[in-house]
Design a protein around this ligand. Structure first.
Ligand SMILES: [Zn+2]
Ligand SMILES: [Zn+2]
Length: 638
């Protein structure tokens, strides 16, 4: 017998019993309360035989774990519908992912949108039959034999990779899948789902293996939640930076040049310059020095920094004068070299070296995504060299700086992850206990004082130091990784980076890597999607569009254009022989904040008729007052 405690109620049961049978007899309502359960903190489903005594907590469907069980179960349901319609389909894997699930299949031809509709229909039919998700256990060899018999070569490969002597399967209706679980008790609990898209995906992400068809779907606990999610997806599609970037002619990726390499078009580049100028000015204001460093360097440097060891697969190599070179994947070693160019006294510290440094990193072609995942990008990088006593003030300064920058661009909600070492395996990390304690303590104190919500992740730190990652929340509630503040106990050792202390002796520095926006490319994607291309005046690529009613106003338009350009305003003139209405519509499509309509009256009175994107028609005002108003708005960065 085993002793269980469910919702505080004690219960005795036979070893090997399942929660399904227990609940069925004694707690009918449990089915309504949970889609799975935790036994002593470990996730189990209603069909897992229980061999040990312990505490049982039900996992409600609304919890992250509950939703994940629901979604993974829906992927089984989808696989069964696919097999019904495509009996020759071979099955790969079908996990739950953030906001949904997928399943990979090998089929004779790619799935079409009509196929998805049919598959969805079959899913509802099978779900409504209310089958149990029955768990089975098979001897490993027997499992291999059975899946091989069915021609499921991917499953056979999966089982062969498992160390366990037995494997578990789950069966609903006619369909059996290799799976560890857990799943919902019955198929009828799967009601609110939607298949979303199809994509090609290599088996095990390996381009030398077969190309499979991946169907993405999502599932929720209620009709309303599903609907809400689908609406959000629609909205996200409209804001997709690839789509908006193309419509506003901001950037492109050119096939002739290769994937993941960004071409900034005039309007995108204009925005980038605004961002970069703002970034540079604020860094100088906060005591940083700015540098520029090369794009390539001899391999020896990267061997010394350790990158050829732990970062090799992301690096590009080339040969110059029979010597191996590396295209820089990071700016850090270069800033270290600049620091080491001369001896530094403690009186000079902290030294903050910043650069908008363009780096190149290899990414698989399958993961490249617009501006968000690329092979060449510009980091808003800086490295701080300081003494132990300065660590906390420097961190506070960087965090404040990050919030100021992001806040100015219109972001107010952040989520912070603090990654610290695993105290149980200290020997896996570079650096002394004192260094780690100083760094982690300072990071946590600074975060506490900031009042920002943060999540402390034990064991998530990289081997060379603890860090914090700041994710911002955009207009659709999605999170984007931007700022990072990362300690490094590796590079200063490898490069022997020191300062001369008050005692006249040399001491190792504390080195901090930090980026505030992350990279120009990804931050640009964030801005585009957050604003849906409807940018605030201070960053808009074109701030003012001049619209002439007839050719007679062209000289006036050209005069205004010159005047605005001299004042550093971004202005364009639409002098085409089009109707005014058409010109206005075109400027609206480009989401230009101000249009100035120029007719006979305006020329005579030296006024402009203002059409604001936010407020509509504002009537005629003197040219000078418009310029003053506009400059004030730009300077306020609202
Ligand atoms: Zn499963
Ligand atoms: Zn760095």
């Amino acid at each position: 017998m085993i002793r269980l405690e469910i919702d505080g109620r004690p219960l005795e049961a036979e070893a090997g019993t399942t929660l399904g049978s227990l609940f069925h007899e004694q707690y009918q309502e449990a089915f309504r309360l949970g889609v799975a359960a935790k036994l002593n903190g470990r996730l189990v489903d209603f069909h897992t035989p229980i061999q040990e005594s312990g505490r049982i907590e039900l996992v409600p469907v609304e919890s992250p774990e509950g939703l994940s069980v629901l979604r993974h179960s829906t992927s089984h349901l989808m696989a069964s519908a696919v097999v019904k319609l495509f009996p020759d389909a071979k099955l790969a894997i079908g996990p739950a992912i953030e906001d949904g699930f997928y399943y990979d299949f090998q089929v004779d031809r790619p799935f079409q949108p009509e196929d998805l509709a049919q598959i969805e229909e079959w899913m509802h039919t099978i779900a409504d039959e209310n089958h149990l998700f029955q768990r089975g256990e098979l001897d490993r060899d027997e499992a291999i034999r059975r899946f091989r018999e069915k021609g499921e070569t991917f499953k056979v490969e999966l089982i062969e990779g498992l160390p366990d002597p037995t494997v578990s399967t789950y069966t609903h209706s006619f369909f059996t899948d290799l799976c560890r679980g857990p799943h919902v008790p019955r198929t009828k609990m799967l009601r609110h789902f939607k298949l979303l898209s199809v994509a090609g995906a290599y088996w095990r992400g390996d381009s030398s293996r077969p190309m499979l068809q991946r169907i993405y779907g999502t599932a929720f606990s209620s009709k309303d939640r599903l609907k809400e999610h689908l609406t959000r997806l629609e909205e996200a599609k409209l804001r997709d930076h690839r789509k908006v970037g193309h419509a506003l002619d901001l950037y492109s990726v050119q096939e002739d040049a290769g994937g993941g390499l960004i071409f900034w078009h005039p309007h995108g580049a204009a925005m980038r310059r605004v961002i970069e100028d703002f970034w540079k000015d604020e860094h100088l204001r906060r005591g940083y020095t700015l540098v520029n460093t090369p794009h390539i360097a001899q391999i020896d440097l990267w061997e010394r920094s350790g990158h050829t060891g732990f970062y090799r697969e992301n690096m590009y190599f080339l040969e110059v004068d029979k010597k191996e070179y590396v295209i820089k994947p990071m700016n850090c070693p270069f800033h270290v070299l600049i620091y080491k160019g001369k001896k530094h006294s403690y009186r000079e510290l902290p030294i903050r070296i910043g650069e908008l440094g363009t780096v190149y990193r290899y990414e698989r072609s399958g993961v490249l995504h617009g501006l968000a995942r690329v092979r060449g990008f510009t980091q808003d990088d800086a490295h701080i060299f300081c003494t132990r006593d300065q660590v906390e003030a420097e961190l506070a300064g960087v965090l404040d700086f990050a919030r100021f920058m992001l806040g100015t661009f219109g972001f107010q909600d952040y989520q912070v992850d603090l990654s610290v070492r695993d105290p149980a395996s200290k020997s896996d990390y570079m650096g002394s206990d004192e260094e780690w304690e100083t760094a982690e303590g300072a990071l946590e104190r600074v975060l506490k004082r900031s009042g920002l919500p943060y999540h402390r992740a034990e064991g998530e730190a990289v081997f060379y130091g603890p860090k914090i990652d700041v994710k911002l929340t955009d207009a659709l509630g999605r999170q984007w990784q931007c700022s990072t503040i990362q300690f490094d106990f590796n590079l200063p050792r490898r490069f022997d980076v020191r300062y001369v202390g008050a005692d006249g002796g040399e001491h190792p520095v504390y080195m901090i890597h930090r980026a505030l926006l992350g990279s120009m490319e990804r931050f640009f994607a964030t801005l585009i999607e957050h604003y849906a291309g409807d940018f605030p005046v201070w960053i808009a690529p074109v701030q003012v569009q001049l619209i002439t009613i007839a050719d007679a106003q062209i000289p006036y338009a050209q005069e205004i254009r010159t005047l605005f350009l001299e004042r550093g305003l971004r202005v364009e003139a639409d002098l085409r022989e089009e109707k005014m209405g058409a010109k206005i519509r075109d400027a609206e499509l480009l989401k230009i904040p101000y249009m100035l309509i120029l007719g006979r009256q305006e020329v005579e009175n030296r006024t402009v008729s203002v059409r604001s994107r936010k407020k509509g028609n504002e009537g005629s005002i003197p040219l000078d007052s418009f310029v003053q108003k506009l400059i004030a708005e730009i300077e306020a960065r609202t």
